[in-house]
Design a protein around this ligand. Sequence first.
Ligand SMILES: CC(C)(COP(=O)(O)OP(=O)(O)OC[C@H]1O[C@@H](n2cnc3c(N)ncnc32)[C@H](O)[C@@H]1OP(=O)(O)O)[C@@H](O)C(=O)NCCC(=O)NCCS
Length: 157
Amino acid sequence: MALKTFHLEALKAEHIPKILEIENRTNGAPWSERAFQNELSHRDRIFLVAFGGGEILGYGGVWLVIDEAHVTTLAVDEPFRRQGIGEKLMIELLEKSQEAGMTCSTLEVRAGNEAAIRLYRKLGYRQAALRKGYYPDNKEDACVMWLYDLDCWSPPQ
Ligand SMILES: CC(C)(COP(=O)(O)OP(=O)(O)OC[C@H]1O[C@@H](n2cnc3c(N)ncnc32)[C@H](O)[C@@H]1OP(=O)(O)O)[C@@H](O)C(=O)NCCC(=O)NCCS
């Protein structure tokens, strides 16, 4: 579904019911309501929600762990994919992590998730390891990816 514009906001409790709907149709191992609520109550977390046409389109989060920005989740609702929303969420998460003093970023992604791996590679992440059978729902391997030098990183042009 083509969008004219979208914008990002920090997560609020009132966003969670709609996020859960997207999460349950997007993630093979969906987060619970409690897990999203936890994102509201910790100062060392950044969680952003994408809005357009009055609807929630996607979301993503990081945990700030010492000097690492650990990407914990990222999703765009299926009808709104391939319009730059996932990339914008990631760029904003990384820029906010830089502002918070993080110097690197890491994440795990399903080895067969070509769309997400391409996005992360575009942003500068590189595969560092493979965790065999990491995902409990289907025993899929996880690629562990790292973005070093976050302190001097800038978004792709
Ligand atoms: C991964 C995901 C968040 C991407 O969101 P999106 O808004 O569709 O992505 P964007 O439009 O911002 O695409 C940015 C880049 O990602 C890559 N990409 C995204 N979708 C792709 C696809 N289907 N095939 C190939 N590359 C893709 C491309 O490099 C693209 O850059 P380009 O447009 O210059 O080619 C989305 O596919 C999604 O929600 N998937 C299900 C949940 C998921 O897998 N989350 C990641 C968990 S680790």
